[in-house]
Design a protein around this ligand. Structure first.
Ligand SMILES: [Zn+2]
Length: 306
């Protein structure tokens, strides 16, 4: 069965300090041809150039929190969008202070954007809908970090019902959309064919959860139940568990435990401390707990669901 694209591209996988070959947090999410950005660390626009992506296609940017490694690339990206003649609206979703931070920088440089931009203050309680359009619903995941920090759950909108392969011919072309939307078919002589005889349920909506910086937070588990792909930060190994606790980050094993308890499809680790030259030590600690775990890497694309 053909399904529309739902992918995540990890542009940066490093934690707070620069490390060779790693960049700070940023991801691109494609849901059915709509482009969304999550976090925008320093250098994100260069990363987008490196993968040949035209950033004017991004309609919404979601910023998890105001630690620099998650948003210091945002002004540069907005500025480039402006200089390159963007006209399409841009929506930025982030902590309440973000509007003031962006506004001050625009005013100080006498920049009058050529495109409409709206900065939305996030309400961080888990389950709050932050954005919905014809492709996707994005809701908040309340994380536990040193400053307010929000994760994001992307769930695609349910698709149309599918015509049963053996019954397609019975449905006239001009009625197909209505039948796919659940209506019965009424024939010329008044006979009614119930929708259930003609159609099958749509495929279950796919979902992606992004858990940015957070301490081990089991309160998230009910909200992550059954997601197809979970990105969870894994800053440290278990040997550094006390450091993780103190800085309100997670170990790879804690990320795996969340994935296991929430019965997610796949776990993607990221936000690696610069002390680990290779992130494979983190993968080795996660896999015994949750086998279907992968490391994110710069510029890699991951499919959400089957
Ligand atoms: Zn942080």
């Amino acid at each position: 069965m053909h399904r529309s694209p739902f992918t995540v591209t990890t542009l940066g996988t490093g934690a707070a300090l620069p490390a060779r070959g790693r960049y700070p947090s940023s991801q691109l999410v494609n849901v059915g041809g709509g482009w969304y950005m999550i976090d925008c660390g320093e250098g994100t626009q260069e990363r987008l150039r490196a993968i040949g992506f035209n950033f004017q296609r991004i309609g919404h940017i979601f910023i998890s929190h105001l630690h620099g490694d998650h948003y210091l690339g945002l002004m540069g990206l907005i500025s480039s969008m402006h200089l390159m003649g963007r006209q399409a609206p841009l929506h930025v979703h982030g902590p309440p202070e973000l509007k003031e931070i962006i506004g001050l920088q625009l005013r100080a440089s006498s920049t009058y954007l050529r495109f409409p931009m709206q900065v939305h203050a996030i309400r961080p309680e888990s389950g709050t809908v932050l954005h919905a359009d014809e492709r996707v619903v994005v809701s908040a995941l309340e994380l536990e970090h040193r400053i307010p920090c929000t994760g994001f759950l992307f769930r695609e909108q349910p698709g149309q019902r599918r015509l049963r392969p053996g019954r397609v011919g019975e449905v006239p072309q001009f009625r197909r959309n209505a039948v796919k939307n659940g209506e019965d078919l009424v024939l010329g002589d008044g006979t009614r064919i119930p929708n259930a005889e003609l159609t099958l349920d749509p495929p279950p909506p796919r979902s992606y959860a992004y858990c940015s910086d957070t301490a081990y937070a089991p309160a998230l588990i009910p909200f992550l139940q059954g997601v197809d792909l979970l990105y969870h930060e894994a800053t440290f190994t278990t040997a550094m568990a006390s450091r993780a606790k103190e800085t309100m980050h997670s170990t790879a094993a804690q990320a795996a435990l969340i994935a296991k308890e929430a019965r997610v499809g796949k776990l993607l680790l990221g936000h690696f401390s610069s002390r680990y030259k290779s992130a494979s030590v983190l993968l080795d600690e996660a896999r015994p707990i949750f086998p279907n775990t992968e490391l994110s890497s710069e510029g890699s694309e991951f499919r959400v669901g089957g």
